[in-house]
Write a protein that binds this ligand. Structure first.
Ligand SMILES: [Zn+2]
Length: 355
């Protein structure tokens, strides 16, 4: 009987050496320690032994079972640790390996154009300002000389924040998606010392019918200069310099009289169309970017209305200023020769990857 137990132990140790998966280990456990296992089978023979022998073999069998159990547990821990070591080796990150430079992506044409404009204006001494896209009525309209119920409000087709939020607010406090970057002019004039010389690039929203030149959200760049002795001549020189710098020396800039509530006098600023070189025709067809006129309206501008200065606590008899706002989308379309600025929002990689 003792010989059988010794043989069993030798067989078990030999079998254990060749095992390297949890499944095989479980099988070995069943084979030796299970209900119908080899150890049990030997113990069935115990009943024919003397009481003295039964005791000795019983103790030896228990010891053997304990030694099998602990050997199995040790092997299980080894297999698990080998398994994780393998994963570690396979998935380790080597930070010294160079990342493939292919397909790294690049800036969107609108970001690219915004940065170009910022660089040009910064070189002329402007500071870049930012403001909230959810704006209140007072900053978006009232303080810009567009009071409640003024017909001029119809020009800015507005996305109002839902009635649930606005219903308890009084006129002036009601929230909307800013229709232009101009509220940042107000915020700056009310909080900063004079002189002011800022630009405000940012996203704006209009409830508009979409076509080649209109989208319901677009990027605008606003400019404001306020100080002593600021004139319309300064405005003309600034915009002419910026447009030539941005679109090329041959770019022509024209000012047309216009009306805006927040500037007086006011002017629309057109540049010669870059798509058709100002001819109005592209491939013998009417140019869709300029509707065949050869000019593209890029900016609204003018001298800051004295009322707007006064609303912001600035003495309009002592200080003057000019302001302008341009559509970054249209400028990007002109600069990159894209016939519809709406295409910038269509996530077409084939378009974006060209720039
Ligand atoms: Zn054109």
């Amino acid at each position: 009987m003792e010989d059988k137990l010794k043989q069993l132990e030798q067989d078990f140790q030999a079998a254990l050496k060749g095992i390297n998966t949890p499944e095989a280990l479980k099988e070995l456990e069943n084979e030796y320690l299970g209900k119908k296992g080899k150890l049990k089978a030997i113990l069935w023979g115990i009943k024919d032994l003397s009481i003295e022998e039964k005791k000795t073999i019983g103790v030896a069998a228990n010891e053997l079972r304990d030694s099998f159990t602990s050997a199995l547990a040790g092997a299980e821990a080894d297999i698990e640790s080998a398994y994780y070591k393998e994963i570690e080796a396979g998935q380790a990150i080597d930070v010294t390996i160079g990342y493939p430079s292919k397909n790294r992506g690049h800036k969107h044409p609108l970001s690219h154009t915004t940065e170009l404009l910022e660089d040009i204006f910064i070189s002329l001494g402007f500071k870049v300002e930012d403001g909230p896209q959810i704006e209140d009525e007072e900053h978006n309209f009232d303080k810009l000389n567009i009071p409640h119920n003024h017909p001029a409000r119809d020009v800015w087709d507005t996305f109002w924040i839902s009635d649930d939020i606005n219903k308890d607010k009084s006129i002036g406090e009601r929230l909307l998606l800013r229709t232009h970057t101009s509220p940042v002019q107000i915020r700056t004039m009310m909080s900063q010392e004079l002189p002011i010389k800022i630009i405000v690039p940012g996203r704006v929203y209009r409830y508009e019918q979409e076509d080649a030149r209109h989208t319901c959200n677009f990027y605008q760049l606003e400019g404001l200069v306020v100080g002593e002795g600021v004139t319309f001549g300064d405005l003309k020189w600034t915009l002419d310099t910026v447009m030539k710098d941005l679109l090329g020396e041959k770019t022509e800039v024209r000012f047309r009289p216009s009306i805006f509530p927040f500037t007086e006098p006011s002017a629309e600023v057109d540049v010669s169309c870059q798509i058709c070189s100002g001819s109005g025709e592209k491939n013998k067809k009417r140019c869709s970017m300029c509707s065949g006129t050869g000019w593209v309206e890029l900016l609204g501008s003018g001298m800051v209305h004295p009322k707007v200065l006064e609303y912001c606590g600035i003495d309009s008899t002592k200080y003057s200023g000019f302001a302008f706002g341009m559509g970054i989308d249209r400028i990007a379309a002109q600069r990159f020769g894209v016939s519809s600025s709406r295409m910038f929002y269509q996530n077409k990689l084939k378009l974006n990857e060209q720039f």
